[in-house]
Design a protein around this ligand. Sequence first.
Ligand SMILES: Cc1cc2nc3c(=O)[nH]c(=O)nc-3n(C[C@H](O)[C@H](O)[C@H](O)COP(=O)(O)O)c2cc1C
Length: 200
Amino acid sequence: MQVNARKPVVVGVSGASGSLLASTTVDRLLEADVPVVMTATAAARMVWREEMNESFGAVLERWMDYGTFTYCPIGDLSAPIASGTYPTRGMVVVPCSMATAAAVGHGFADNLLRRAADVTLKERRPMVVVPRETPLNTVHLENLTKLASMGVTVLPPNPAFYLNQKSVTDVIDFAVARTLVALNIYDALPDDMVYSEPVD
Ligand SMILES: Cc1cc2nc3c(=O)[nH]c(=O)nc-3n(C[C@H](O)[C@H](O)[C@H](O)COP(=O)(O)O)c2cc1C
């Protein structure tokens, strides 16, 4: 039997704005020597083309060089992460579209991301969703509440205004660090992301 340290985190990328959140999350996990199994929806790849300088194919190739990165096509419902018997440390859906939040909240496991999320929930493993939509309608709020009621950490990528963040990169780094804490990868936030009272 193996020790847990090498179990992967599942990263599901859906078609909300914020591809940089997904890319930074995978970067930080691989830098922390945590294996990653990733899947991305068709809409996620569409958004990626709009928002990122590095193409989706190029970034996959870069991550493959780590030797701890696996990419599974969204239609591959026979991939290991579709089964609860495959051990993982948990899952993050980043960014999480309102469509995916609705599907996961209602048990629609009709693509690999949604099935992997369904498995994570049934196995009661740590799960984080990073929703990206504004403003939120009642259906969005109800679906996110449903996820929270099942123990999911709902982690909107909000700026930490109190940290005097200066750039989108600061905001992304903060959301990703919070995600890794919620997944028990980091013990705590880095010191420069922790609020401390200003000294006179
Ligand atoms: C450029 C672009 C940006 C989008 N941004 C968002 C968004 O921020 N939040 C959201 O819920 N949907 C957004 N959408 C719509 C979703 O992509 C759409 O609802 C899609 O069906 C989601 O599918 P998925 O959840 O399987 O990825 C965006 C679509 C495009 C093309």
